[in-house]
Ligand binder design. Structure first.
Ligand SMILES: O=C(O)CCC(=O)C(=O)O
Length: 281
């Protein structure tokens, strides 16, 4: 049975990630792969003649296909549980063309251990809510050839540091995640994680749907005409959650100075419910 969001939240606090299995259908992920190639065809080649293999500001490039990904209700409900109703799209990046390497070259290698943007090395083992989260969304079934995701569970609460050599090799405490097409691995920005080199000879497609808090700057450009159209429509519906995704947080002033007399989890749930109730039908 699928976990409910409360169970996920407990798991996330403990491990630093949770996997939403088969959140997206095969039809949907195959559609994203087609879109990736369409974007590639419509983008000028790099100076060295190669094709672009990853795209940022993807909501502007393909709003119809991308808005449902970034505003998936279950993912946004969870992101709001984790960071409060302060969830902004930092960047939506689609990747598919990581270099394929030989099995020999890939032996005992990982891509690169890292914590994510806006992160830090933890200074306390107590759980702290993150400034940003990554909803890593896979479009192929990761196996040993495609290269699985690797995570160090609990590293969002542990001051683990790694040397320049250690970032490229498996870690003794790692867990290997063979995510499938349609799965979304939702991570804490202080979780150490890495991909694994791709030896499949095929494209390893995934999205990084990266959310941060609305008072931080965002990495994607949200001022283009396509995103601005989404913003205008959200204004007409009085849809604060969608506005926030694209950097407009009209309640920030009061919520960021609320007095903090109620536990965050309770306060955040109340605000999130009020935002949902305020949407014009
Ligand atoms: O390649 C992967 O599976 C992980 C991607 C990743 O590390 C990231 O998006 O930060």
């Amino acid at each position: 049975m699928a976990k409910d969001l409360k169970e996920r939240y407990e798991e996330y606090k403990e491990l630093g990630y949770t996997v939403f299995e088969r959140l997206h259908s095969k039809e949907t992920t195959d559609g994203w792969i087609r879109k990736y190639h369409e974007l590639q065809q419509n983008t000028p080649r790099n100076a060295d003649g190669t094709l672009t293999t990853w795209f940022a500001s993807t909501c502007e490039l393909a709003p119809l296909e991308m808005l449902p990904i970034v505003s998936h209700p279950e993912i946004l409900d969870f992101a709001e549980m984790v960071m409060g109703p302060f969830v902004q799209l930092d960047n939506l990046t689609i990747a598919g063309g990581e270099r394929n390497v030989s099995k020999e070259e890939a032996r005992n290698k990982v891509a690169l251990w890292h914590r994510d943007r806006w992160g830090k090395v933890p200074t306390t083992e107590r759980y702290e809510s993150p400034l940003s989260c990554n909803a890593i969304s896979y479009m192929v079934d990761l196996d040993d050839d495609y290269g699985p995701l690797r995570v160090i569970p609990g590293s969002h609460r542990k001051p683990i540091t790694l040397t320049d050599e250690e970032i490229f090799v498996p870690h003794k405490d790692e867990v290997i995640v063979y995510a499938k097409a349609g799965d979304v691995v939702f991570t804490h920005n202080m979780l150490l994680h890495t991909g694994t080199p791709n030896t499949s000879g095929k494209n390893r497609y995934f999205f990084s749907v990266y959310y941060n808090r609305t008072w931080l700057r965002h990495t994607d450009n949200h001022s283009g005409p396509n995103v601005q159209k989404i913003v205008q429509q959200a204004r007409l519906r009085n849809d604060h959650r969608t506005l926030r995704l694209f950097g407009i947080d009209e309640q920030l002033e009061k919520r960021a100075n609320s007095g903090f007399r109620v536990a965050d989890d309770i306060q955040w749930a109340e605000w999130a419910a009020a935002d949902k109730a305020a949407i014009k039908k």
